[in-house]
Design a protein around this ligand. Structure first.
Ligand SMILES: NC(=O)c1ccc[n+]([C@@H]2O[C@H](COP(=O)([O-])OP(=O)(O)OC[C@H]3O[C@@H](n4cnc5c(N)ncnc54)[C@H](O)[C@@H]3O)[C@@H](O)[C@H]2O)c1
Length: 277
């Protein structure tokens, strides 16, 4: 897999899954633009990339703002003259504020609008503003959804709706962009231990163990697991794949729920379990 001469934008590319994607694409030869709301972390990841011999530019971007996304595209063209891959990943675990949590009866209309602006509208805007440039290069759009786009958690109307919508939008955009030479795919990660999650799990290692037990492969994920999938979907090897949502979750979501429930109950009975929530 060689992305030499290519240019890749990663929204939320400073930390976590996006941080891993930025480094993976740089390792494969792509020039990178990290578009992130957190400039300090973005600059730190950019330095890691430059230290590896890669090329990386940073632009402060809030993906919930149309003008920021338009600016991100203009900036990339000014710096590198082209866009090959648009990786739409930005959303923080830190964004799970009170205003996005809860059922339809609890979440305010304002909270809904703010959450959906990041989770769904940003995906539309990215394609809208970068589309013309991607078409010139037979490029790729990758949208980061979640297992939460497939299976629903309670009290999470905003996140679950947003991540489900990403899967639908990916299929829809693949229909429009396919004839223009651009492929559009999504990834549905299971639990990925990012820098932020590492801090949380250090405080409750038995909670992480309980999570790991739920995965047929008996581990949770790391950003590189997702970065590998994104790189594959953007590669020539995947040139006949579009509109697909690739589940990368160590088998979490394939299990029959009755068996799964019984296994978890047995595990909890025989271990000193710390429940993550
Ligand atoms: N970590 C997981 O277990 C997991 C599982 C499934 C899906 N996801 C999805 O993967 C993506 C990344 O999650 P993560 O766990 O790596 O998060 P993270 O919090 O570790 O990193 C998110 C990055 O996005 C940036 N960001 C947040 N809001 C932004 C905004 N409005 N505009 C621009 N940048 C913004 C942050 O500054 C940070 O650099 C998200 O879309 C998330 O929903 C994560």
């Amino acid at each position: 897999m060689d992305f030499s001469g290519k240019v890749t934008i990663v929204t939320g590319g400073a930390l976590g899954i996006g941080g891993g994607i930025s480094r993976k694409f740089a390792e494969k030869g792509s020039k990178i633009v990290i578009a992130d709301i957190d400039l300090d972390s973005a600059n730190m990841n950019s330095k890691k990339i430059e230290d590896m011999g890669g090329k990386c530019e940073v632009i402060k971007t809030d993906v919930s703002k149309s003008e920021d996304i338009e600016n991100m595209v203009k900036f990339t063209i000014e710096k590198y003259g082209r866009i090959d891959n648009l990786i739409q990943n930005a959303f923080s675990t830190g964004n799970f504020s009170e205003e996005f949590s809860g059922s339809a009866m609890k979440v305010s209309e304002e909270g809904w609008d703010k959450g959906i602006a990041m989770l769904q509208k940003a995906i539309f805007l990215g394609a809208k503003f970068a589309g013309k440039e991607l078409i010139k290069n037979n490029g790729n759009i990758i949208n980061i959804s979640s297992v939460h786009g497939l299976l629903m958690s309670k009290n999470a109307i905003v996140y679950e709706s947003g991540k489900s919508a990403v899967i639908g939008m990916t299929k829809q955009m693949a229909c429009d962009f396919g004839p223009l030479g651009v492929r559009v795919n999504a990834i549905c990660p299971g639990h990925i231990v990012t820098e932020k999650m590492e801090v949380r799990w250090k405080e409750m290692p038995k909670g992480l163990k309980f999570f790991e037990e739920q995965y047929p492969v008996r581990r949770t994920g790391v950003p590189e697991d997702i970065a590998n999938g994104v790189a594959f979907l953007c590669s020539e090897e995947a040139s006949f794949i579009t509109g697909h949502s690739l589940v990368i979750d160590g088998g979490l979501s394939i299990q029959l729920q009755e068996d799964f429930g019984v296994d978890q109950a047995k595990y909890a009975q025989s271990h000193d379990v710390e429940f993550p929530y």
